[in-house]
Write a protein that binds this ligand. Structure first.
Ligand SMILES: Cc1ncc(COP(=O)(O)O)c(C=O)c1O
Length: 413
């Protein structure tokens, strides 16, 4: 069944929105930004009712896309989904690599297969569906690149205007992609936090809906589908470890929420993966907070020195939520250098045919480091998130040339 045939006006199980810090309640019948405490809002559902209504068998008969979990999504009562076709992303087993490293099962959840080539499609499809349902016609987003591409594409699909603000050294292909979808995209001579300030300050004058990470509650719900999908793909048994490249942390927070909700509806037990937040040595505020035993990021990371664009977030808004998940899951945070990530990216492309994005490669490099230092046991099942398509990032040039007008010495090839 194509997702466009998704049943309209199916029952909504959303009960309210809740401040992630204070627990105070907000009505879900209108669009909200942050809570009055300045913290992200989380969508809450009548999980007991969902547990009584939805069965794993019924789920299996649905279209293989991210909307199949509709009872656990805010869109259940919404008339029109803004969808570009968001497939279930594959879980790829790296058998050759596991044998080479003498370790347990390595699975890569390859999010590069989604529209606009990254996992940002999940969050933005959800946020723009909700913005449209609430009558918004104009959106704005600060972005490391991929979220801007997804926002631009989904806004175009919804017939909305999009304004996108991105650091000036964002990969050229992504910048052009954003412009190509008709968004007004601006190169900003500052990092994503400065882009976010521009969006926030312009909201009143421009009348746009702010799609910044965690500033609106629905991108988390979209990203949550990564956790729902993963649980289903693994037969409702979660792995020992999840390695996730953590910038703003939406996916990290969303997946954890998915696991909590699946347990509440009785579909999984209490076993949780150890959640590993992977960052760069050139921008690792979560790693620093973890190593200092804090429950939040004390000060923005400065100076930021990394080309791992997705994790260049000096101080994530959801820092407390991320730290809480690391602690509850007995997880940890690891920083990897750009050079080690690029080496790991090339290694996997060459040795196992899977082309990770640089941020996905950060995770693979972190996993290898933790296998070596014993944090990961050789029997553990590990899921690594590849959050975008490798082709969106630069690759080394090809230097070999052949002159087809001259005889070729095949022994020299
Ligand atoms: C490829 C890639 N990986 C990871 C991230 C970080 O994602 P999150 O905000 O969920 O931490 C981003 C964010 O821009 C990204 O583009």
């Amino acid at each position: 069944m194509p997702s466009q045939n998704y049943p309209k006006n199916s029952a909504s199980y959303v009960t309210h929105l809740e401040c992630s810090e204070t627990g105070s309640r907000y009505d879900h019948d209108r669009l909200h930004g942050l809570s009055s405490a300045g913290r992200p809002l989380l969508v809450r559902y009548d999980l007991a009712a969902i547990g009584n209504t939805l069965s794993k068998d019924a789920l299996q008969r649905r279209a293989p896309d991210m909307w199949r979990f509709r009872e656990l999504l805010p869109v259940a009562g919404v008339k029109e989904l803004v969808s570009l076709g968001e497939p279930i992303t594959p879980l790829i087993r790296l058998a050759r690599t596991a044998s080479r490293l003498s370790c347990g099962e390595i699975l890569v959840k390859d999010e590069g297969r989604l529209p606009t080539g990254s996992f940002k499609a999940r969050g933005l499809a959800m946020a723009i569906t909700m913005a449209k349902a609430f009558g918004k016609t104009r959106v704005a987003i600060p972005t490391a690149g991929n979220a801007g591409a997804a926002a631009a594409a989904y806004a175009a699909h919804a017939g909305m205007d999009a304004f996108v603000f991105t650091p000036e050294d964002t990969p050229e292909v992504t910048l052009r992609e954003i412009g190509y979808h008709g968004a007004k995209v601006y190169r900003v001579n500052g990092l994503i936090n400065r882009c976010a300030e521009i969006v926030r300050a312009g909201s009143e004058a421009m009348g746009w809906h702010d799609l910044s990470t965690l500033e609106e509650p629905y991108r988390i719900e979209g990203k949550k589908t990564m956790g729902l999908e993963l649980a289903e793909q693994l037969g409702w048994e979660l792995p020992e470890f999840i390695y996730y490249p953590t910038g703003g942390g939406t996916g990290f927070i969303g997946m954890w929420k998915a696991f909590e909700e699946l347990q509440a509806i009785g579909w999984i037990g209490a076993k949780r993966p150890r959640m590993v937040a992977v960052q760069s040595t050139g921008c690792g505020p979560i790693v620093k907070a973890f190593e200092e035993g804090r429950d939040h990021v004390e000060a923005p990371w400065d100076p930021v020195e990394t080309q791992m664009h997705g994790v260049r977030v000096p101080k994530p808004l959801g820092d407390r939520l991320i730290m809480k998940i690391i602690s509850e899951s007995a997880g940890f945070a690891v920083a990897i250098s750009d050079a080690a990530a690029e080496e790991a990216r090339a290694e996997l492309a060459r040795e196992d045919g899977l082309h990770l994005c640089p941020e996905g490669a950060l995770c693979y490099a972190a996993f290898k480091a933790n296998l070596a230092d014993g944090r990961v046991a050789r029997s553990d099942q590990v899921v690594i998130f590849n959050t975008a398509c490798g082709l969106k990032s630069p690759m080394p040039p090809v230097e070999r040339r052949l002159d087809c007008t001259k005889p070729i010495d095949y022994s020299e090839l």
